[in-house]
Design a protein around this ligand. Structure first.
Ligand SMILES: [Zn+2]
Length: 146
């Protein structure tokens, strides 16, 4: 699906070791640091293959993918100790199964609202290579036993 799906392109780069923000590879997915860190520890789990809907996966694959999402979420929670964890799978923009793992903090503006409320500000929270390396190290450390 490469060429017509941005997430397939990303997954291809990850498989080739050319993506700078992979935290960990799972059986069905890659866990990757988010492009922005508006929410410290924000990361995503991207299904390796191009499937549009969770319900299109075989039951076993679906269970295993959800386990991978939860393993990533456990590590984010341990590493960043957020007030609340949000998990979201939408796919209205990128029609390829992926999960947003969004740690929420009481210090967030509007911390009781959905996480996209301040999305216009997300690109102000890009990471430097040094910040990315630090976040990757922290998340990998906490995912060892996950
Ligand atoms: Zn795709």
């Amino acid at each position: 699906m490469s060429g017509s799906c941005g997430l397939c392109d990303r997954v291809k780069a990850m498989a080739e070791g050319k993506h700078p923000a992979v935290i960990r590879e799972f059986k069905h997915s890659y866990w990757v640091l988010g492009d922005h860190q508006f929410f410290k520890g924000y990361s995503l789990v991207l299904l390796k293959k191009h499937v549009r809907e969770m319900h299109e996966l075989a039951a076993r694959e679906r269970r295993e993918l959800l386990d991978e999402v939860m393993r990533a979420g456990d590590a984010v929670a341990k590493a960043f100790k957020p007030w609340k964890m949000n998990f979201a799978s939408l796919g209205n923009v990128d029609e390829h199964v992926h999960w947003h793992i969004i740690p929420r903090y009481k210090s967030d503006p509007d911390h009781r609202a959905h996480p996209w409320l301040n999305s216009a500000d997300f690109n102000k929270y890009g990471t430097s290579p040094r910040q990315r390396t630090a976040a990757l190290r922290r998340l990998r450390l906490h995912s060892r036993d996950a």
